[in-house]
Design a protein around this ligand. Structure first.
Ligand code: FAD
Ligand code: SF4
Length: 511
C-alpha cells in the first residue's frame, strides 16, 4: 500500500513506530514546519531554532536512508499553515493510508483522531513506545490510590524494567539515596563546561529564518550551541556521563551565580524531541555505575529523574487531561509581573534565573522549582499565565511535561495530586543552596522591613492566606505550629510587608 507517514517535530527518532513497517519504495514521509505549532504562543527563539534545525537534519538522514521526504519549510510560500492542511496537500490519488505516532499533547492527539473522517482515508495512530510506561499502565497503577506518589510508581518502574536491581531488591539495599545528595555548593567548585556544537550550514539557515520571522518572540537567539542531530545529542549524553554524572546527586539542588549548567545533564531538549531515548540514557548511567565511574547516589538520582519523574508526569498528564489544564485549587489570580519577561528585578536569585532563561532557554530544575516556581506560588500568580510562561521560555517545554510540573509541582493548582505539600520555602532555603544572596539587595536573614528578603514574609503570608486549605496538611504541621505561635505584631508586619511588596509588583515597579 502507498502510505503517507507523518513525522512531528518531537518525533525525530529513527525507530519510531511510524517507521517500523515503512517501505521506502512506496511510502512518502511528510514533515512540516507549520505555523499553527510554531506561533500559537511566542516560543523562545532558541526553541524554534532547535526544533526546526533538528527536523531538517532528521529529514536529511531519512533521505540518505532512501526515503522520499516531503519537507515543508516555514517560509515556503505554499506552506498551508497546519498539519491537517499539509496532509491534504500531500495526498495523491495513489495514497491509501496515513500513519502517524500519537501526538504527545492532548490538543494535537484529539485533533488527529478526527483526521480519518475529515480526510476520508484510514489514519493509523500508533502508540508512542519511546516512553517506558503507557498511559494505560499509569492509569492501572493510579486507580484506587488515594494519593499518587512518584516514589512508589518509580519502584514499580525499577522492577518492571530491571534497572539497578539485584533480583527483587534494589542495588545498594535502598531505592533512594537522597540522604547523600543535595549538598549546598562549595566555593571553588570546578564546574565542567557544557558540551557545545557549532552551528552547521543547516542550522545557520534556520537561525536566519528565526531571526527574520520571529523577531518579537521571547529570548536570545544567539549564541546557539544546541545539538541538532542524533550524533551530537549522543555526544552531549556521553559528555554528561563522563564529566558531570559523578557529582550529579551531590550538587543536584545547588545553585551558583553565573553557572547555568551546574552538574545537570542538559538532555531534556533531546529527549523531548526524540534525538535521545529515555532507556538509552538510563542504561548509560547504569553502566557508569557498574564500571565504577560514578557512585550509586548520583546514578540512582539521575535515573530516578527519567524513569521516575519524567514517566510519572507524563502518566499523570494523560490520566488527568483535559481538566488538569484548568485547575486552580488555591484560586490564584495575580497576573504575571513584567519581570518574568524582562528579567528586571532586584531579587538576585530571580534575576539570575530569568537572565539565564532569556539567554539559554534553559534553567535547571531547582531554579525552576525553588526560585521561580516558589515565587510564583507565594505571590499567588495565575496558573494559566504561569503555565504559558513556562511553555514559552524553555527549549524543552512541551505541554505533557510542562503542565504537571507547573500546575502540580510548583503551584499546587491540582490540590495535591502530584505533590503532597506545596514546595513553599523562605529565603533561608535559597541562601543555603546558593550563593545568590551575597549579591542581592535584600538580606535573607532579615525577616521584615524594606531590606528583608521578600521570600521571608511572602512565605508566612502564603501559609496564613491558605490556612483553611493547608492548615491540616500533616506535612505542614511544623510551619503551621510556628504560625500559630506568632505574635499579632509579627503577623501584622508580615501582612504589611506582603501588601507593600505585592502592590509594587502589581504596579510593575522594580522590586
Ligand atoms: P537533569 O537535572 O539532568 O535531569 C535529567 C532528566 O530527567 C531531564 O532531562 C528530564 O528529562 C528528567 N526530569 C528531571 N526532572 C523532571 C521532572 N520534574 N519532570 C519531568 N522530567 C524530569 N522538564 C521538561 O523536560 N520540560 C519542561 O517543560 C519542564 N518544565 C518544568 C517546569 C517546572 C516548573 C519545573 C519545576 C520543572 C520542569 N521540568 C521540565 C523538569 C526539569 O526541571 C527539567 O527536565 C530539567 O531541568 C531539564 O534539564 P536537564 O536535562 O539538565 O535535567
Ligand atoms: Fe533571593 Fe532573598 Fe537571597 Fe535575594 S536575599 S537572592 S531575594 S533569596
Amino acid at each position: 500500500t502507498s502510505q503517507i507517514r507523518l513525522i512531528l517535530g518531537d518525533q525525530l527518532t529513527h525507530d519510531l513506530p511510524t517507521f517500523r513497517d515503512a517501505d521506502p519504495a512506496t511510502d512518502l514521509i511528510l514533515m512540516a514546519e507549520v505555523r499553527t505549532e510554531a506561533t500559537y504562543v511566542k516560543h523562545h527563539k532558541k526553541k524554534i531554532a532547535l526544533i526546526f534545525s533538528a527536523m531538517r537534519h532528521f529529514a536529511e538522514e531519512l533521505h540518505q536512508r532512501g526515503f522520499t521526504v516531503r519537507y515543508i519549510r516555514y517560509d515556503d510560500p505554499d506552506n498551508a499553515g497546519s498539519l491537517l492542511e499539509e496532509l491534504r496537500r500531500a495526498i495523491t490519488p495513489k495514497t491509501q493510508e496515513i500513519t502517524v505516532t500519537e501526538a504527545a499533547e492532548y490538543r494535537l492527539l484529539t485533533e488527529m483522531q478526527t483526521w480519518q473522517n475529515t480526510l476520508d482515508l484510514p489514519v493509523h495512530i500508533l502508540p508512542d513506545d519511546r516512553f517506558l510506561a503507557t498511559p494505560q499502565d499509569f492509569a492501572t497503577w493510579a486507580e484506587g490510590r488515594k494519593q499518587l506518589r512518584m516514589e512508589f510508581f518509580y519502584r514499580e518502574m525499577r522492577r518492571k524494567h530491571g534497572i539497578l536491581m539485584q533480583g527483587n531488591d534494589p542495588i545498594g539495599g535502598q531505592w533512594n539515596f537522597d540522604a547523600e545528595n543535595r549538598k549546598p555548593p562549595k566555593s571553588g567548585l570546578h564546574i565542567p563546561p557544557p558540551f557545545e556544537t557549532a552551528p552547521d550550514a543547516i542550522t545557520r539557515d534556520v537561525l536566519a529564518l528565526v531571526d527574520t520571522h520571529f523577531p518579537d518572540h521571547f529570548g536570545d537567539l544567539l549564541p546557539f550551541h544546541f545539538a541538532t542531530t542524533r550524533d551530537d545529542a549522543i555526544a552531549v549524553l556521553d559528555h554528561f556521563i563522563t564529566h558531570r554524572l559523578p557529582l550529579f546527586g551531590t550538587y543536584q539542588d545547588a545553585m551558583i551565580a553565573d553557572e547555568p549548567w551546574m552538574f545537570h545533564s542538559h538532555i531534556s531538549f533531546y529527549l523531548n524531541i526524540g534525538l535521545l531515548t529515555p532507556m538509552e540514557c538510563i542504561r548509560a548511567a547504569e553502566r557508569a555505575y557498574f564500571e565504577g565511574h560514578a557512585p550509586l547516589n548520583a546514578v540512582e538520582g539521575f535515573i530516578r529523574q527519567i524513569l521516575g519523574w519524567r514517566e510519572f508526569v507524563r502518566g499523570l498528564y494523560w490520566y488527568r487531561m483535559p481538566d488538569y489544564a484548568s485547575e486552580n485549587a488555591l484560586n490564584a489570580k495575580r497576573p504575571l509581573p513584567p519581570m518574568f519577561w524582562t528579567g528586571q528585578t532586584q531579587m538576585n536569585c530571580l534575576s539570575q534565573s530569568f537572565g539565564q532563561t532569556i539567554k539559554w532557554a534553559y534553567a535547571h530544575h531547582i531554579q525552576r522549582l525553588m526560585v521561580i516556581g516558589n515565587f510564583a506560588l507565594l505571590a499567588g500568580l495565575s496558573p494559566d499565565e504561569v503555565n504559558e510562561w513556562f511553555f514559552i521560555v524553555y527549549a524543552d517545554a512541551f505541554e505533557w511535561v510542562e503542565l504537571p510540573n507547573v500546575s502540580g509541582m510548583i503551584l499546587f493548582a491540582d490540590g495535591g495530586v502530584l505533590a503532597s505539600k506545596p514546595y513553599a520555602a523562605s529565603g533561608a532555603y535559597i541562601n543555603r543552596m546558593s550563593n545568590y544572596c551575597a549579591g542581592c539587595r535584600y538580606k535573607p536573614s532579615v525577616k521584615n522591613g524594606p531590606d528583608a528578603c521578600p521570600f521571608n514574609y511572602l512565605y508566612w503570608d502564603f501559609l496564613n492566606r491558605h490556612r483553611a486549605r493547608l492548615g491540616n496538611n500533616p506535612r505542614l504541621g511544623m510551619p503551621y505550629r510556628n504560625l500559630a505561635r506568632m505574635s499579632d505584631e509579627k503577623l501584622d508586619a508580615v501582612d504589611a510587608d506582603s501588601r507593600r511588596f505585592l502592590k509594587a509588583l502589581d504596579a510593575g515597579e522594580l522590586v
